[in-house]
Write a protein that binds this ligand. Structure first.
Ligand code: MG
Ligand code: MG
Length: 237
């Protein structure tokens, strides 16, 4: 899983370097495909319930599951990229959000709080802790900042499949939910809505989830291993 996570991190790095005004989300998908090919890895996104690409690219009010295509990124857009990789049958899955060109202070704050929420969720990942501890930690950061978070989408266990038990919600109660064990791996993925409400809707394409109020969204994710020495992020270089 470290190998798969590293490939995902390399995909992220290559995409970050390619993001600029004028690039299309389809071109970013090809950047990710190139990394997978170079590393001899395969995609766990392509073909997933029929998904047609190796990345999700969600722009501005799109929260998650945006389909890459001809859309050009514009100066001041906010783009979330989610992607994964399979190496030797083991899965990695991670997401980041970044501004395109010059980024507004509001968008910078949204991305910063999303990353802080992810760090807060990871910080409680010790053997014996509960999944509810993670959700509570994430939600505390998100709500304190005044942002919303969709209720119907969450993180997950990950291993031989991209999505395994348990669900890892972005809200929860401390001491509730399944217990974490050393060697277990979870994908944590806070999703933030700038407008402060939690409501989202799905577009007619059957995939793209957008904020109901039209405000911007951020989505960040890491695949994280539980160890007795603390959490280990697998999807980083
Ligand atoms: Mg995931
Ligand atoms: Mg993901």
């Amino acid at each position: 899983m470290r190998k798969a996570g590293r490939v995902v991190a390399e995909m992220h790095q290559a995409i970050r370097e390619a993001v600029r005004p004028g690039v299309t989300t389809g071109e970013l998908d090809r950047v990710a495909r190139d990394v997978l090919g170079r590393r001899g890895a395969t995609s766990n996104f392509l073909g997933y319930h029929g998904f047609p690409a190796v990345i999700c690219a969600s722009v501005n009010d799109e929260v998650i599951h945006g389909i890459p295509g001809d859309r050009e990124l514009l100066e001041g857009d906010l783009v979330s990229i989610d992607c994964g990789a399979i190496v030797d049958g083991w899965h990695g899955d991670a997401a980041f959000t970044m501004g395109v060109g010059t980024t507004s202070d509001e968008d910078k704050r949204l991305v910063h709080v999303a990353e802080q929420a992810l760090m807060a969720g990871m910080s409680v990942m010790h053997p014996g802790a509960h999944v509810g501890d993670i959700g509570a930690a994430i939600a505390a950061v998100v709500t304190a900042a005044g942002f919303g978070s969709p209720r119907d989408y969450c993180g997950h266990g990950i291993g031989r499949a991209m999505h395994e038990e348990p669900d890892v919600p972005n809200r929860g109660r401390r001491g509730k939910g399944p217990k974490l064990v050393a060697g277990g791996v979870l994908a944590l993925e806070p999703m933030l809505i700038a407008g402060g409400r939690d409501d989202v809707t799905e577009l007619d394409d059957g995939w793209t989830v957008v904020t109901a109020d039209g405000s911007r969204a951020a989505h960040v994710e890491h695949t994280v291993l539980v160890t007795t020495r603390g959490p280990e992020i697998l999807t980083k270089l």
